[in-house]
Design a binder for this molecule. Structure first.
Ligand code: ADP
Length: 267
Protein backbone atom coordinates (compact mmCIF):
# COMPACT_ATOMS: atom_id res chain seq x y z
CA UNK A 1 0.00 0.00 0.00
CA UNK A 2 1.32 3.44 -0.87
CA UNK A 3 1.26 6.01 1.90
CA UNK A 4 1.47 9.75 1.27
CA UNK A 5 2.98 11.96 3.97
CA UNK A 6 2.91 15.70 4.28
CA UNK A 7 6.16 16.81 5.90
CA UNK A 8 6.28 20.18 7.65
CA UNK A 9 9.58 21.53 8.93
CA UNK A 10 9.51 24.52 11.26
CA UNK A 11 12.44 26.21 12.98
CA UNK A 12 12.62 26.01 16.75
CA UNK A 13 14.49 28.65 18.69
CA UNK A 14 16.65 27.11 21.36
CA UNK A 15 19.00 28.60 23.91
CA UNK A 16 22.17 29.22 22.02
CA UNK A 17 21.48 26.58 19.40
CA UNK A 18 18.52 26.56 17.01
CA UNK A 19 16.68 23.45 15.91
CA UNK A 20 13.95 22.24 13.66
CA UNK A 21 10.66 20.49 14.27
CA UNK A 22 9.74 17.98 11.64
CA UNK A 23 6.12 16.78 11.49
CA UNK A 24 4.93 13.84 9.35
CA UNK A 25 1.24 13.70 8.62
CA UNK A 26 -0.38 10.74 6.87
CA UNK A 27 -2.59 12.31 4.17
CA UNK A 28 -3.19 9.11 2.15
CA UNK A 29 -6.94 9.22 2.68
CA UNK A 30 -7.22 12.93 1.79
CA UNK A 31 -5.17 12.27 -1.34
CA UNK A 32 -7.42 9.38 -2.33
CA UNK A 33 -10.57 11.45 -1.77
CA UNK A 34 -9.06 14.24 -3.85
CA UNK A 35 -8.27 11.80 -6.64
CA UNK A 36 -11.80 10.34 -6.57
CA UNK A 37 -13.23 13.87 -6.76
CA UNK A 38 -10.96 14.82 -9.67
CA UNK A 39 -11.86 11.61 -11.55
CA UNK A 40 -15.55 12.28 -10.98
CA UNK A 41 -15.35 15.83 -12.32
CA UNK A 42 -13.37 14.60 -15.34
CA UNK A 43 -15.97 11.87 -15.99
CA UNK A 44 -18.92 14.24 -15.68
CA UNK A 45 -17.27 16.74 -18.02
CA UNK A 46 -16.58 14.03 -20.56
CA UNK A 47 -20.10 12.60 -20.35
CA UNK A 48 -21.65 16.04 -20.84
CA UNK A 49 -19.26 17.09 -23.52
CA UNK A 50 -19.98 14.20 -25.88
CA UNK A 51 -23.69 15.03 -26.46
CA UNK A 52 -22.93 18.74 -26.35
CA UNK A 53 -20.34 18.46 -29.12
CA UNK A 54 -22.82 16.49 -31.22
CA UNK A 55 -25.51 19.13 -30.63
CA UNK A 56 -23.20 21.98 -31.60
CA UNK A 57 -22.13 20.14 -34.75
CA UNK A 58 -25.71 19.55 -35.86
CA UNK A 59 -26.73 23.13 -35.11
CA UNK A 60 -23.92 24.29 -37.38
CA UNK A 61 -25.03 21.88 -40.13
CA UNK A 62 -28.64 23.02 -39.80
CA UNK A 63 -27.54 26.62 -40.12
CA UNK A 64 -25.48 25.77 -43.18
CA UNK A 65 -25.78 22.93 -45.72
CA UNK A 66 -28.93 21.30 -44.35
CA UNK A 67 -30.94 24.50 -44.14
CA UNK A 68 -32.93 23.84 -47.31
CA UNK A 69 -33.10 20.07 -47.11
CA UNK A 70 -36.24 19.08 -45.16
CA UNK A 71 -35.36 15.35 -44.99
CA UNK A 72 -31.88 16.02 -43.58
CA UNK A 73 -33.33 18.62 -41.22
CA UNK A 74 -35.86 16.16 -39.79
CA UNK A 75 -33.19 13.50 -39.36
CA UNK A 76 -30.74 15.84 -37.63
CA UNK A 77 -33.43 17.19 -35.32
CA UNK A 78 -34.22 13.61 -34.30
CA UNK A 79 -30.58 12.99 -33.41
CA UNK A 80 -30.38 16.31 -31.57
CA UNK A 81 -33.45 15.43 -29.51
CA UNK A 82 -31.79 12.12 -28.52
CA UNK A 83 -28.56 13.83 -27.51
CA UNK A 84 -30.40 16.48 -25.49
CA UNK A 85 -32.40 13.71 -23.81
CA UNK A 86 -29.14 12.01 -22.90
CA UNK A 87 -27.84 15.18 -21.23
CA UNK A 88 -31.13 15.49 -19.42
CA UNK A 89 -30.88 11.93 -18.04
CA UNK A 90 -27.31 12.53 -16.95
CA UNK A 91 -28.16 15.72 -15.06
CA UNK A 92 -31.21 14.02 -13.49
CA UNK A 93 -29.07 11.08 -12.28
CA UNK A 94 -26.32 13.38 -10.99
CA UNK A 95 -28.90 15.30 -8.96
CA UNK A 96 -30.37 12.06 -7.57
CA UNK A 97 -26.92 10.86 -6.61
CA UNK A 98 -25.97 14.09 -4.87
CA UNK A 99 -29.31 14.22 -3.02
CA UNK A 100 -29.04 10.66 -1.73
CA UNK A 101 -25.39 11.13 -0.76
CA UNK A 102 -26.17 14.25 1.20
CA UNK A 103 -28.94 12.61 3.24
CA UNK A 104 -27.32 9.21 3.57
CA UNK A 105 -26.91 9.67 7.32
CA UNK A 106 -30.56 10.60 7.90
CA UNK A 107 -32.73 7.54 8.46
CA UNK A 108 -35.83 7.56 6.24
CA UNK A 109 -38.95 8.34 8.24
CA UNK A 110 -41.74 7.01 6.00
CA UNK A 111 -43.47 3.62 5.93
CA UNK A 112 -44.42 1.92 2.71
CA UNK A 113 -45.74 -1.25 1.16
CA UNK A 114 -42.70 -2.69 -0.62
CA UNK A 115 -44.79 -5.12 -2.69
CA UNK A 116 -47.05 -2.37 -4.05
CA UNK A 117 -43.98 -0.25 -4.74
CA UNK A 118 -42.23 -3.02 -6.72
CA UNK A 119 -45.41 -3.78 -8.66
CA UNK A 120 -45.83 -0.17 -9.67
CA UNK A 121 -42.15 0.11 -10.74
CA UNK A 122 -42.70 -3.01 -12.87
CA UNK A 123 -45.91 -1.60 -14.35
CA UNK A 124 -44.11 1.59 -15.43
CA UNK A 125 -41.48 -0.50 -17.19
CA UNK A 126 -43.85 -2.94 -18.94
CA UNK A 127 -44.11 -0.98 -22.23
CA UNK A 128 -40.30 -0.89 -22.46
CA UNK A 129 -40.10 -4.60 -21.60
CA UNK A 130 -42.72 -5.48 -24.20
CA UNK A 131 -40.76 -3.57 -26.84
CA UNK A 132 -37.68 -5.60 -25.86
CA UNK A 133 -39.65 -8.89 -25.91
CA UNK A 134 -39.13 -9.43 -22.18
CA UNK A 135 -41.76 -10.31 -19.62
CA UNK A 136 -41.56 -9.08 -16.03
CA UNK A 137 -42.97 -11.36 -13.35
CA UNK A 138 -43.12 -10.90 -9.60
CA UNK A 139 -43.11 -14.01 -7.46
CA UNK A 140 -43.24 -14.78 -3.74
CA UNK A 141 -45.17 -12.94 -1.10
CA UNK A 142 -48.50 -11.51 -2.35
CA UNK A 143 -48.31 -8.41 -0.12
CA UNK A 144 -48.86 -5.89 1.27
CA UNK A 145 -45.60 -5.85 3.24
CA UNK A 146 -44.88 -2.75 5.29
CA UNK A 147 -41.34 -1.46 5.77
CA UNK A 148 -39.71 1.75 6.98
CA UNK A 149 -38.30 3.66 4.01
CA UNK A 150 -38.39 6.48 1.54
CA UNK A 151 -40.94 5.54 -1.14
CA UNK A 152 -39.44 7.70 -3.91
CA UNK A 153 -35.94 6.40 -3.33
CA UNK A 154 -36.93 2.73 -3.09
CA UNK A 155 -39.03 3.14 -6.23
CA UNK A 156 -35.88 4.37 -7.91
CA UNK A 157 -33.93 1.32 -6.68
CA UNK A 158 -36.38 -1.16 -8.20
CA UNK A 159 -36.93 0.93 -11.28
CA UNK A 160 -33.16 0.97 -11.97
CA UNK A 161 -32.71 -2.75 -11.27
CA UNK A 162 -35.71 -3.89 -13.32
CA UNK A 163 -34.80 -1.51 -16.14
CA UNK A 164 -31.27 -2.96 -16.25
CA UNK A 165 -32.66 -6.50 -16.20
CA UNK A 166 -34.82 -5.62 -19.21
CA UNK A 167 -32.01 -3.77 -21.03
CA UNK A 168 -29.36 -6.43 -20.47
CA UNK A 169 -31.74 -9.40 -20.38
CA UNK A 170 -32.44 -11.63 -23.35
CA UNK A 171 -35.49 -11.27 -25.62
CA UNK A 172 -38.06 -13.98 -24.97
CA UNK A 173 -36.69 -14.61 -21.48
CA UNK A 174 -38.31 -13.73 -18.19
CA UNK A 175 -37.23 -11.08 -15.72
CA UNK A 176 -38.38 -12.09 -12.25
CA UNK A 177 -38.61 -10.12 -9.06
CA UNK A 178 -38.69 -12.52 -6.13
CA UNK A 179 -39.78 -11.27 -2.72
CA UNK A 180 -39.50 -13.26 0.49
CA UNK A 181 -38.27 -13.19 4.07
CA UNK A 182 -34.49 -13.01 4.51
CA UNK A 183 -33.49 -16.05 6.59
CA UNK A 184 -30.77 -14.16 8.50
CA UNK A 185 -31.60 -11.18 10.68
CA UNK A 186 -29.67 -7.97 9.92
CA UNK A 187 -27.79 -7.86 13.25
CA UNK A 188 -29.36 -5.29 15.59
CA UNK A 189 -31.76 -4.22 12.82
CA UNK A 190 -33.66 -7.48 13.21
CA UNK A 191 -35.77 -9.32 10.63
CA UNK A 192 -35.40 -8.41 7.01
CA UNK A 193 -36.97 -8.90 3.61
CA UNK A 194 -35.06 -10.13 0.59
CA UNK A 195 -35.83 -8.98 -2.94
CA UNK A 196 -34.04 -10.47 -5.93
CA UNK A 197 -34.21 -9.03 -9.43
CA UNK A 198 -33.20 -11.83 -11.79
CA UNK A 199 -32.57 -11.81 -15.53
CA UNK A 200 -31.57 -14.58 -17.91
CA UNK A 201 -29.40 -12.37 -20.10
CA UNK A 202 -25.75 -12.49 -20.99
CA UNK A 203 -24.49 -12.23 -17.41
CA UNK A 204 -21.46 -10.32 -16.14
CA UNK A 205 -17.87 -11.50 -15.96
CA UNK A 206 -17.05 -11.86 -12.21
CA UNK A 207 -14.02 -9.56 -12.54
CA UNK A 208 -16.42 -6.63 -13.03
CA UNK A 209 -18.70 -7.37 -10.09
CA UNK A 210 -16.80 -5.50 -7.35
CA UNK A 211 -16.72 -2.29 -9.41
CA UNK A 212 -20.25 -2.25 -10.87
CA UNK A 213 -21.61 0.15 -8.25
CA UNK A 214 -18.87 2.74 -8.91
CA UNK A 215 -20.06 5.86 -10.67
CA UNK A 216 -19.68 5.61 -14.43
CA UNK A 217 -18.31 2.07 -14.32
CA UNK A 218 -19.69 0.10 -17.27
CA UNK A 219 -18.81 -3.30 -18.65
CA UNK A 220 -19.46 -2.14 -22.20
CA UNK A 221 -19.61 1.66 -22.48
CA UNK A 222 -20.80 1.65 -26.05
CA UNK A 223 -23.70 -0.67 -25.30
CA UNK A 224 -24.67 1.26 -22.18
CA UNK A 225 -24.77 4.57 -24.07
CA UNK A 226 -26.65 3.01 -27.00
CA UNK A 227 -29.34 1.98 -24.54
CA UNK A 228 -29.51 5.38 -22.93
CA UNK A 229 -27.56 4.43 -19.79
CA UNK A 230 -25.73 7.03 -17.71
CA UNK A 231 -23.50 4.60 -15.79
CA UNK A 232 -24.91 6.00 -12.53
CA UNK A 233 -27.89 3.69 -11.95
CA UNK A 234 -26.19 1.13 -9.70
CA UNK A 235 -24.24 3.81 -7.79
CA UNK A 236 -27.59 5.43 -6.94
CA UNK A 237 -29.02 2.02 -5.94
CA UNK A 238 -26.10 1.32 -3.61
CA UNK A 239 -26.35 4.69 -1.83
CA UNK A 240 -30.12 4.42 -1.35
CA UNK A 241 -29.79 0.92 0.13
CA UNK A 242 -27.00 2.12 2.44
CA UNK A 243 -29.27 4.90 3.64
CA UNK A 244 -31.91 2.27 4.45
CA UNK A 245 -29.29 0.22 6.39
CA UNK A 246 -29.85 -2.60 3.92
CA UNK A 247 -27.47 -4.85 1.98
CA UNK A 248 -26.87 -5.10 -1.74
CA UNK A 249 -25.17 -7.95 -3.56
CA UNK A 250 -24.75 -8.94 -7.20
CA UNK A 251 -24.33 -12.51 -8.40
CA UNK A 252 -23.85 -13.37 -12.03
CA UNK A 253 -22.73 -16.08 -14.36
CA UNK A 254 -21.66 -15.44 -17.93
CA UNK A 255 -24.19 -16.78 -20.38
CA UNK A 256 -26.71 -17.51 -17.62
CA UNK A 257 -27.85 -14.15 -16.32
CA UNK A 258 -27.61 -12.00 -13.22
CA UNK A 259 -29.19 -11.70 -9.81
CA UNK A 260 -29.32 -8.38 -7.93
CA UNK A 261 -30.09 -9.02 -4.27
CA UNK A 262 -31.51 -6.32 -2.01
CA UNK A 263 -32.00 -6.97 1.70
CA UNK A 264 -34.00 -4.40 3.66
CA UNK A 265 -34.74 -4.29 7.40
CA UNK A 266 -38.42 -4.77 8.34
CA UNK A 267 -38.02 -2.13 11.05
P1 ADP B 1 -25.98 1.97 -17.06
O1 ADP B 1 -26.66 3.28 -17.12
O2 ADP B 1 -24.74 1.90 -17.92
O3 ADP B 1 -26.90 0.81 -17.24
P2 ADP B 1 -25.68 1.12 -14.28
O4 ADP B 1 -24.96 1.78 -13.16
O5 ADP B 1 -27.13 0.87 -14.12
O6 ADP B 1 -25.37 1.98 -15.57
O7 ADP B 1 -24.96 -0.26 -14.57
C1 ADP B 1 -23.54 -0.27 -14.70
C2 ADP B 1 -23.11 -1.37 -15.67
O8 ADP B 1 -23.40 -2.65 -15.12
C3 ADP B 1 -23.85 -1.34 -17.01
O9 ADP B 1 -23.23 -0.47 -17.92
C4 ADP B 1 -23.74 -2.79 -17.44
O10 ADP B 1 -22.48 -3.01 -18.07
C5 ADP B 1 -23.74 -3.57 -16.13
N1 ADP B 1 -25.08 -4.13 -15.80
C6 ADP B 1 -26.01 -3.58 -15.00
N2 ADP B 1 -27.09 -4.38 -14.89
C7 ADP B 1 -26.83 -5.48 -15.65
C8 ADP B 1 -27.55 -6.70 -15.96
N3 ADP B 1 -28.76 -6.93 -15.44
N4 ADP B 1 -26.94 -7.61 -16.77
C9 ADP B 1 -25.71 -7.38 -17.29
N5 ADP B 1 -24.98 -6.25 -17.04
C10 ADP B 1 -25.53 -5.32 -16.23
Amino acid sequence: REITYRVTVSPVEGEGRGGALCAFEDITEQEQMGQIRRDFVANVSHELRTPLTALLGFIETLQGNARDDPAARARFLGIMAREAERMNRLVRDLLSLSRVESDERLRPTGRLDIIGLIDSAATTLRPMAEAAGVQIERTGQPGPLLLPGDADQLTQVFHNLIENAVKYGAPGKLVTVEVGPEPQALGRLGPAVRIEVVDRGEGIDPIHLPRLTERFYRVDSHRSREQGGTGLGLAIVKHIINRHRGRFRIESELGQGSRFIVILPRG
